[in-house]
Design a protein around this ligand. Structure first.
Ligand code: ZN
Length: 501
């Protein structure tokens, strides 16, 4: 092993120990911690975060990274070691260019922004949050400008933090395809929406029975209960301490059958990614999924391409009917498949179906781009939001709470994050198209055999963690870089068939 790389390892390990503790605190806060714990916990989380920061952002690490960046040393490293050095350097550059005083002020602003945002969302008044949002945007812009090289656009810098290589040029092309194909398709679907009846979904489904069925579903997909646990939280999520401790949550609504089942499948998709990371890189900067978009591609692949297909439910539907014999007595497999795929325009992103989902993201992308390219006033955002919702989805929010304030991302200064959700769906479609050609996917699903798909994804994607950038990995797997055409074709074919258009 390279001598300088070896010297770097203890820093990585110490940092990861703090990161794992922080992940555990955050998991606990969402699942089991008593309500009164939060104030004290926040203090300890602050201390741990600062310690973790100083372990990596220090002269010793800087010096080691510098030595490892020379061509001779870099070339002597393995692929995953190179990735670890690259990712660490990226994080280092990002953090170290911000003056400590400004970073502290920014952290304080973020902490203060949270309750202001929550109140504004509750009362539905954007103007109460607008001055804070403006400050968050100013800081984000300033921090990005410290990293901008040769007139690089600030929004591209932000996008690059979530998805390397997915610039506005790539995304403009992607989202214009979404807009041109999906907006007219949704209009046709909406006109025929009364043809699908899914009233069965709203009945009484006891929470403990739902939880048992969801646990079964996760295991069916390959969730390893020796390496993972499932708990309940307000919003479902996945977190990973390392590849032998991956945790997912779910939320059960007693009057909704679908919600928890598809959350279980979605989060299991995330969990399989984290559980599949190779032991040799877990606990390092390369020991987790490469990006938000790639992660979402795994969860959505399982949730939508697999989990909403008829093939998947052929062996499972009898068990579902046995679980809820009265509620589903009159429901056939075809009724159920139509029901779980029904598309309806709505106001809320997190409740959106597969067809309308990318339009919610398109709107956020267009607005973020306008904000960071200086093309709009913050005060005008709700008006622009409403106009786009009317144009693309045919719905208008009654207040800002169900409009521009519905997502917490901007209140956390997470600008440039949204596109990765749609990128994930598009990558999922690309992978699905490839896998369906490569193996008898449909037969496997009908037989209830999920092993070949899981092993394929583990051996070609999961085990590498963050060793390769998204596009490089995609090319290795499918022979092609990101190509949104598969996604557009997938949605068009699926909904044209479902609605007999
Ligand atoms: Zn997800």
């Amino acid at each position: 092993m390279n001598k300088h790389y070896e010297q770097l390892l203890p820093y990585l390990e110490r940092n990861h120990a703090y990161q794992a503790a922080l992940a555990l605190f955050s998991w606990d806060a969402e699942t089991l911690a008593p309500i009164s714990a939060s104030e004290y916990t926040a203090k300890y989380v602050g201390i741990l975060s600062e310690e973790a920061y100083h372990i990596l952002i220090c002269d010793e690490v800087k010096e080691l990274l510098h030595k490892l960046s020379s061509k001779k040393e870099y070339d002597s490293l393995t692929v995953s070691e190179q990735a670890i050095v690259r990712l660490l350097q990226k994080e280092y550059d990002k953090m170290s260019c911000i003056p400590a005083k400004e970073y502290r002020e920014f952290s304080e602003l973020c902490a203060a922004a949270h309750p202001i945002y929550c109140r504004a969302k509750q009362t539905g008044k954007f103007e109460d949050f607008a001055p804070t949002l403006e400050k968050l945007i100013d800081y984000t812009r300033r921090f990005a400008s410290y990293r901008a090289k040769n007139g690089e656009s600030l929004y591209n810098i932000l996008l690059n933090d979530y998805e390397e290589g997915f610039t506005t040029e790539v995304l403009d092309d992607f989202f214009s395809k979404v807009r041109e194909a999906i907006v007219p398709l949704l209009k046709k679907v909406t006109e025929k929406n009364n043809t699908i009846d899914k009233s069965y979904n709203i009945s009484f489904y006891p929470v403990d029975i739902q939880s048992g069925f969801c646990r079964f579903l996760s295991g069916y997909l390959g969730f390893d209960f020796n390496r993972g646990v499932i708990a309940e939280s307000e919003h479902p999520f996945t977190t990973s301490l390392h590849n032998h401790d991956v945790r997912i949550t779910n939320h059960y609504y007693s009057d909704n059958l679908e919600s928890s089942m598809f959350s279980a499948i979605h989060e299991t998709g995330h969990a399989l990614y984290e559980m599949g990371v190779d032991d040799s890189i877990t606990g390092t900067p390369a020991g987790s999924g490469i990006s938000m978009g790639m992660h979402e591609s795994q969860s959505r692949f399982y949730e939508n391409m697999i989990g909403r297909s008829k093939d998947f439910w052929i062996p499972l539907f009898p068990k579902l009917k046995e679980t809820y014999p009265e509620e589903l007595e009159q429901v056939s497999l075809d009724d159920f498949i139509a029901g779980i795929n029904k598309a309806e325009p709505g106001l809320i992103r997190t409740e959106a179906d597969e067809l309308t989902y990318p339009l919610h993201i398109l709107i956020r992308y267009e607005l973020e781009k306008d904000i960071f390219e200086g093309n709009c006033n913050i005060a005008d955002l709700p008006k622009l939001w409403a106009k786009k919702y009317e144009e693309y989805l045919g719905v208008t929010p009654d207040n800002d709470g169900e409009g521009i304030l519905q997502d917490i991302h901007w209140a956390l200064a997470s600008f440039g994050y949204f596109p990765s959700y749609a990128i994930g769906s598009a990558i999922a479609a690309q992978l699905y198209d490839y896998l369906a050609q490569r193996m008898p996917l449909s037969d496997y699903l009908k037989e209830g055999n999920l092993v070949p798909v899981r092993e394929y994804l583990r051996d070609h994607i999961h085990k590498y963690g963050a060793s390769y950038p998204t596009n490089e990995l995609l090319k290795q797997v499918t022979g092609e870089e990101f190509n949104p055409d598969y996604y557009i074709r997938y949605l068009t074919e699926k909904y044209t068939t479902l609605y007999h258009l």
